[in-house]
Design a protein around this ligand. Structure first.
Ligand SMILES: O=C(O)CCC(=O)C(=O)O
Length: 355
């Protein structure tokens, strides 16, 4: 269902409200949910890993050292940054330029691609999930890029010119990089290098471009609420503004330092289950600011809907996290039900705090 229409017959878009003095009440979060750390107070705690030498097949010390760093980061944070990853800087820069051009199009142009239920990709405001009480200060565009038979090119805009071929190339390179990283994690679990990729069956990929317009009251809202990704692994490319935040305990947030052309890699729920909880699913959010708009490109690598979710390896002394194998579709359904329950509980547990 499309959001409520305003006077101009289009829904409210944060990109059209950058010069307003205040934000609308449906973007204002409860005090305990508001940002605690600014978008540009960066923290160096997240590991930065060079992948140069990862492809060395001579059993060399270089590959071993890289794999060790990745595994440690996944155990500690479920999140790390990679550089020297082999994806061309020009491709990343073209992608950002074209994404920016898209969000600069008129509201009418963007709205032509509005993603209503059942559509395979398109433009959205705040969230594609229904029933969110508070809105996120963002617009986004999502491409259903893999498996390729899922591509509905009528949902791939012709404007800006050239975007289609750049997205195709970007998604292909991201798929290759993700599979490489999954190879490292599979081997760390003591299973064959292709195990995680194979467990995804026909791996699904979605490329989601986030645009967080500058915001008149960034302290009251979020660009994107705290969440873990449902899938296996996510590769996030961000501009140099800053705004991605991560937490290990759900309380203390840190802002991830943007590094030119790096990818922030994070594990999702599927990655966590398949490792029997050895690798973390990173809880993260995005904050906004009043000076400048921000853009990020999240590439989600997910299993097929009917892929089986169950730990690939259970270490001695551990119990499997799941009682029985389930499909990814079922895992996702349970996640959504849990998230909705948590939201409901929070609202009823603190009725006085909700204005
Ligand atoms: O924009 C960011 O830094 C985070 C994006 C993200 O977490 C998402 O799109 O799921």
């Amino acid at each position: 269902m499309a959001p409520t229409q305003t006077q101009s017959s289009l829904p409210f878009m944060p990109t059209s409200a950058m010069e307003e003095q205040t934000i609308r009440s449906n973007f204002i979060r409860d005090e305990d949910e508001r940002p605690k750390v600014a978008h540009d107070v960066f923290c160096d705690d997240i590991p930065i890993i060079s992948l140069e030498g990862l492809d060395d097949e001579d059993g060399g010390a270089k590959r071993e050292a890289i794999c060790k760093s990745i595994v440690e980061a996944c155990q500690e944070w479920g999140l790390f940054q990679v550089v020297d990853h082999g994806i061309d800087a020009q491709l990343i820069s073209d992608m950002f330029r074209l994404c920016k051009d898209f969000f600069n199009l008129s509201p009418e142009e963007k709205y032509k691609f509005y993603m209503s239920a059942g559509k395979k990709g398109g433009f959205q405001i705040s969230s594609h999930l229904q029933g969110q009480l508070v809105q996120d200060w963002r617009e986004f565009f999502i491409y259903f890029s893999y498996p390729t038979e899922n591509r509905d090119y009528t949902r791939w805009p012709e404007k800006p010119e050239g975007w289609i071929s750049v997205v195709e190339e970007y998604s292909k390179k991201a798929m290759e990089l993700a599979c490489k990283l999954l190879g490292v994690l599979s081997e760390a679990m003591g299973v064959e290098r292709e195990a995680l990729t194979k467990a995804c069956v026909n791996m699904d990929q979605k490329v989601l471009i986030n645009c967080y317009p500058k915001c008149p009251q960034p302290d009251l809202t979020l660009g994107l609420r705290p969440h873990t990704d449902p899938g296996t692994i996510t590769l996030l490319s961000q501009d140099q503004v800053g705004g991605l935040q991560a937490t290990r305990d759900g309380e203390t947030w840190i802002t991830v330092k943007p590094i030119p052309n790096a990818f922030v890699v994070n594990l999702g729920d599927h990655g966590m289950f398949m490792s029997n909880g050895r690798f973390k699913n990173a809880l993260h959010q995005a904050v906004v600011n009043s000076e400048t708009s921000r853009m990020s490109i999240a590439t989600f690598q997910n299993p097929a809907q009917d892929a089986i979710v169950y730990p690939l390896a259970v270490r001695e002394g551990e119990k499997p996290m799941l009682d029985a194998p389930i499909t990814f579709a079922e895992m996702y359904k349970r996640k959504m039900a849990r998230d909705t329950e948590i939201q409901k509980f929070e609202k009823t547990a603190n009725p006085m705090e909700k204005k």
